[in-house]
Design a protein around this ligand. Structure first.
Ligand code: THU
Length: 160
């Protein structure tokens, strides 16, 4: 029988509409953005990962003169979390972006590689990882799971 799948996102007008805990996490992502090393793109991204043990781990994009050697904020953050607290589930990742050259008024969009990297942890822990996406100003998007923004994602079951 034919089936259709869909997913939902929630859009908030601004930070004040978030729960207090989400607002704090996004504020930590904004602070993390300041640690970005983005001399080439001038586009700074910050990510804050909240963990099931109550810890928060941050990351920011780290660029390189050899461009592909750099890494996005989301992967710096999620790998930092995995390396610091192995086996602890990730609850939420807040992501925010800013630019030296224009005002980012739309929510940050994790690149495909970062979606795949976060999906690995989500699949491993068998619990959804919530995402909060924000630019510098403007609306904030909440996604209930990484899988929602990586439909038909590749995971370890294909390798069995
Ligand atoms: N970037 C991120 O940190 N996260 C993303 O999901 C998209 C792009 C960074 C990588 C690079 O340092 C800069 O933004 C421009 O692509």
């Amino acid at each position: 029988m034919k089936k259709k799948l869909s997913f939902e996102i929630t859009i908030y007008d601004d930070l004040n509409e978030l729960t207090p805990a989400d607002k704090v996490l996004m504020t930590q992502a904004v602070a993390a953005r300041k640690n970005a090393y983005a001399p080439y793109s001038k586009f700074s991204v910050g990510a804050a990962v909240s963990m099931a043990n109550g810890e928060v781990v941050i990351g920011s994009n780290q660029e390189n003169a050899s461009y592909p050697s750099g890494l996005c904020a989301e992967r710096v953050a999620i790998f930092h979390a995995g390396a610091t607290f192995p086996g602890v589930a990730v609850k939420t990742v807040a992501i925010t972006a800013t630019s030296d050259t224009y005002q980012v008024t739309v929510p940050a969009a994790p690149c495909g590689n970062c979606r795949q990297a976060m999906f690995e942890y989500e699949f491993k822990q068998k619990e959804p990882i919530r995402l909060l996406l924000m630019g510098e100003t403007g609306t904030i998007i909440e996604c209930g799971a990484v899988a929602d923004i990586l439909p038909l994602g590749f995971n370890s079951t294909f390798l069995e």
